[in-house]
Design a protein around this ligand. Sequence first.
Ligand SMILES: Cc1cc2nc3c(=O)[nH]c(=O)nc-3n(C[C@H](O)[C@H](O)[C@H](O)COP(=O)(O)OP(=O)(O)OC[C@H]3O[C@@H](n4cnc5c(N)ncnc54)[C@H](O)[C@@H]3O)c2cc1C
Ligand code: FES
Ligand code: FES
Length: 498
Amino acid sequence: MSNAQVMVWLNGESRVVEGPEALLPVSSWLRTVLHLNGTKVACGTGDCGACTVLVATPASEVDATVRWHPLNSCVRFVFQLHGCHVVTIEGMSSAEALAPAQRCLMACHASQCGFCTPGFALTMTAALEHSGKPVDWRAALAGNVCRCTGYSAILEAAEQAESLVQSEGSDHWLNTRFPPERWQSKARELYHQTLSVPGHDGGSARTPALYRPSSVDEALAWLAHEPHAQIVAGATDLGVEGLDATRPVLCIEHLTGLAEWSVTSHPDVSNHETVRQTLMLGALVRWQELPAIFSRTAGVHAASLSALVARVGGPQIRAAGTVGGNIMTASPIGDLLPLLLVLEARVELRSARETRVVPLREFGRGYRATMRRSDELLTRVFVTLPQADEQVRLEKVSRRYEVDIATVSLAARWRDDHGILRDVQLAAGGMGPAAGRLVHTEAVLNGATNVADSWATAAATCAQDVTPRNDVRGSASYRSLVLQTLIAHLSRSPGGAA
Ligand SMILES: Cc1cc2nc3c(=O)[nH]c(=O)nc-3n(C[C@H](O)[C@H](O)[C@H](O)COP(=O)(O)OP(=O)(O)OC[C@H]3O[C@@H](n4cnc5c(N)ncnc54)[C@H](O)[C@@H]3O)c2cc1C
Ligand code: FES
Ligand code: FES
């Protein structure tokens, strides 16, 4: 069955969205169409959390819990809400009481101009809804910025709210206000149905066609006829750029077939006695899911891999941004790319005609360019998981610790074979038009003694592998110095010899 209208639940009521409104950023739809001005827009680029709304998709059959995610409504399109429930600040309180987070923000005087306050209240409420264990509030609120009150009072309010929900038993505030049985079964039906909205040309106001298929095969068949379509996954990159009104839109975010992961064991190609593990990640696996996947698959390396994820955006970005989106944006500072390069990643591309698997190393074609053909979807990525006797280091240097993209990043993987460095793989981000392997530096290290001098010598040669540029995040010379320092310091990390 196919629908031509977006249907969404907003603060408990179902709404139909038609025509060009379906292509608006959610924040614009809320504020300018519905006049729900409690949702604030400060940056408009996903950086500050002022526009946070809570979004729940219908629960899956495997996990029956309805989960509410804080998302930045300025980098989300209305069509992405099809079959979802959205809660804005206007829907948070009941007729009888403010939500616990709102009460505690007031009690702690944690609001001055108030512009950030709805976003904080919503993010806190989502964290409280699913807590079950103490919330790390600094991490949970890292995607929300306040520019006048200061964070002490806000953190105090969050802690008080946590105690309050425990004492009054209101830790399911959202699912109590909006009982899943009132919206979920219809929403689930819609969520998995095809949405097809024809485009129309109204002179200067052109509306592109919108297609939200119910399966990967449907998506590929449509893409074969609309090869110039804009593919929308989590929209954390596209939402910043904005949609191109001249190109049709293909929304794939909800395709559960592309959100799966698995791990398989197989003998190493060069040493059949060694068992290697390959992790398959669907293109739509979100950043926020990676720590749990790593903890189940990456053994001793899980903590360092997960630490990288914690440095990506804030909770709002990690709840929406996908593995496939990060690869396809092909940004020189995409955080996943250096890691994937040292994990010898291969990407799977599917079209209606064929499926091909390409090493990630060959997939990139310079600044924000890849060898994806216009009728292809990136469907899966395969990585070789590091073994317990290998070392893995991931470094990200940025101007701000939270919600900032890298100035320079480095991924390193090597093995210490009785004091000799083997299988060294290094990849850097922010050091050229695309993230890339440092092949000359690797050659200096492979076979060298694992002592500080070897790393320092290699660091001094890394200029051969990179072409850094000056930009707002740092000068070329600063970047080179940072990269050299990071490489030289790898020997001082746990597992290094010096
Ligand atoms: C505030 C903010 C902070 C951020 N912080 C970081 C950070 O710290 N580190 C970092 O690396 N990134 C960061 N990003 C960038 C972004 O969140 C990531 O790159 C994210 O992984 C993109 O995924 P997405 O699903 O949102 O992509 P989308 O925006 O949906 O798509 C990005 C591009 O990929 C294409 N695409 C997506 N999926 C597919 C597919 N399966 N097949 C073919 N093409 C596809 C789209 O057409 C588009 O061109 C940040 C973004 C914002 C707004
Ligand atoms: S307005 Fe800043 S994240 Fe949306
Ligand atoms: S209260 Fe003014 S920005 Fe937070």
